[in-house]
Design a protein around this ligand. Structure first.
Ligand SMILES: [Zn+2]
Length: 471
């Protein structure tokens, strides 16, 4: 398979896979492909078995779970308590099943990371970006990591791309290149012979990203949704000239206008993937552009604010995930604050997969703004309010940032013919008034570039923190 495979056992440092790991990875991927043809019943049986095994491991090796689930080790999943990130981080040293791992040691290791490396030659360490105000730290052993990487690779398989030793495609990933960021770690692991990969930093200037993509000419382009949108604009203005067969967007809310623009730029509909550092891939589009939940690896419960399941078609406040292949840091009913809904399909998807389909992702609960209401109490403004008004506006991009309890600012890039600031302001104000906001202040600013977070994401709606994790 060529000489670029870094033998991690020899250097003890790289996260790149050795030949043994690549063979194992291919085996896992074959197992995953078989599951695409399972019946719903077979899937349910597998979920039950995998969940029992995973819980047994946690109860045998994690003092935290022994206490947290005391007297509950035999009750069904939905009767177990919910694990928040706050609780997980507070009890980390007791949660972890390798009793020699400590959070302090892992944090020190992560802080010193410049390039992706393994912790103690065994663990891949990753953190969540901390955009919700609390940084999560996670460790994955080799086997867990292989399953995680295989699950990410599924996004391309489900979309219909044939990738493997016999089907070499060039992939460009525009995302965070910070060493602790999961997308980079995945890229570093699948690099080299199977998938020649170019990794570009999403915080880099667009001009540089465009130049490098023009040279590399990827077959597959993977980017955060807003970055993909910005690159599509560059393609349409003839600065960028690449012809990817497939475009994958992830990590952010994927707007209809971004989808349209990407389709116009490269002639085919983009694919969406939903993943989290803690879980690997949660859901991804099939060739029919329906987003299937990876229910063989993750049990996802879509619930309201009180952890009650919501009906199909209704958006929940959070997703409780149980990661069936997690062992080092077992995740059982772990809370993600994403607003998603299950699709109510009249017939199963044509692709034949047994996995449920998501209707959409509306972003995170943290994206909901609270503005002062007419009665004095704060009123909730969900991101879809802004999407409704700003999506149809003739602009290249938009972002809404909450300034304080009574006012917001809309940031606009690339206003076009027909753009009218006064009308836009009035429309936003009107919608906020309809939601019960008291005399909301709305400013509009035209910018060259939207604001990015530290990891290069471009959240469309930025609310002031409202302490959703303090329970
Ligand atoms: Zn499908």
């Amino acid at each position: 398979m060529g000489k670029r495979i870094a033998p991690f056992t020899a250097t003890g440092k790289s996260v790149a896979f050795s030949l043994v790991h690549l063979v194992r990875l291919l085996w896992i991927r074959r197992q995953l492909s078989k599951r695409d043809r399972w019946t719903r019943d077979a899937l349910r049986t597998h979920q039950g078995d995998a969940l029992r095994e995973m819980r047994a491991h946690a109860y045998a090796h994690s003092p935290f779970y022994q206490r947290f689930h005391a007297g509950l080790t035999d009750v069904p999943l939905h009767k177990l308590p919910v694990l928040t990130k706050k609780k997980l981080m507070e009890h980390w040293n007791d949660v972890v099943t390798d009793r020699s791992l400590t959070l302090e040691e892992l944090r020190t290791f992560i802080e010193g990371l410049d390039v992706p490396r393994l912790f103690r030659n065994e663990y891949v360490a990753a953190t969540t970006s901390g955009s919700t105000g609390l940084k999560g730290v996670f460790a994955f052993n080799r086997e867990e990591w292989l399953w995680g990487v295989a699950s990410h690779a599924r996004a391309t398989t489900w979309a219909g791309a044939r990738v493997g030793p016999l089907h070499r495609l060039r992939m460009a990933i525009v995302s965070s290149t910070k060493a602790w960021c999961k997308s980079l770690l995945v890229g570093a692991s699948v690099d080299t012979s199977i998938l020649p990969t170019l990794r570009l930093d999403s915080t880099e200037s667009l001009h540089v990203i465009v130049e490098r993509l023009n040279v590399f000419q990827p077959d597959i382009l993977v980017a955060y949704a807003e970055t993909a949108n910005a690159l599509a604009l560059k393609q349409l203005s003839h600065d960028l000239h690449i012809s990817p067969r497939m475009v994958f967007a992830s990590s952010e809310v994927f707007t209809a206008s971004a989808r349209k623009r990407i389709t116009a730029a490269w002639g085919s509909q983009p694919f969406n993937a939903y993943a989290a550092t803690e879980t690997a891939l949660i859901a991804a589009d099939c060739a029919h552009h329906r987003m299937h939940l990876a229910e063989d690896l993750i049990i996802a419960e879509i619930v309201d604010g009180e952890n009650n399941p919501v009906p199909i078609g209704t958006y929940g406040e959070k997703v409780l995930v149980t990661v069936l292949f997690s062992r080092t840091v077992p995740l059982i009913r772990y809370e993600l604050s994403d607003r998603v809904a299950l699709a109510d399909l009249p017939t199963p998807c044509e692709c034949g997969k047994p996995f449920a389909v998501l209707a959409g992702i509306q972003g995170r609960v943290e994206d909901t703004m609270f503005l002062q209401g007419d009665g004095g109490d704060p009123v909730a403004i969900t991101p879809d309010i802004f999407h409704d008004v700003l999506e149809p506006a003739p602009v290249d991009g938009w972002q809404v940032v909450q300034e304080n309890a009574t006012s917001i600012v809309a940031l606009i890039v690339g206003p076009q013919r027909g753009y009218d600031e006064r009308t836009l302001k009035e429309q936003v104000r009107l919608r906020l008034r309809e939601q019960g906001a008291h005399d909301p202040g709305v400013q509009v600013r035209i910018l060259e570039k939207l604001r990015q977070s530290l990891t290069g994401k471009t959240p469309l709606v930025q609310a002031l923190p409202h302490h959703t994790e303090q329970h």
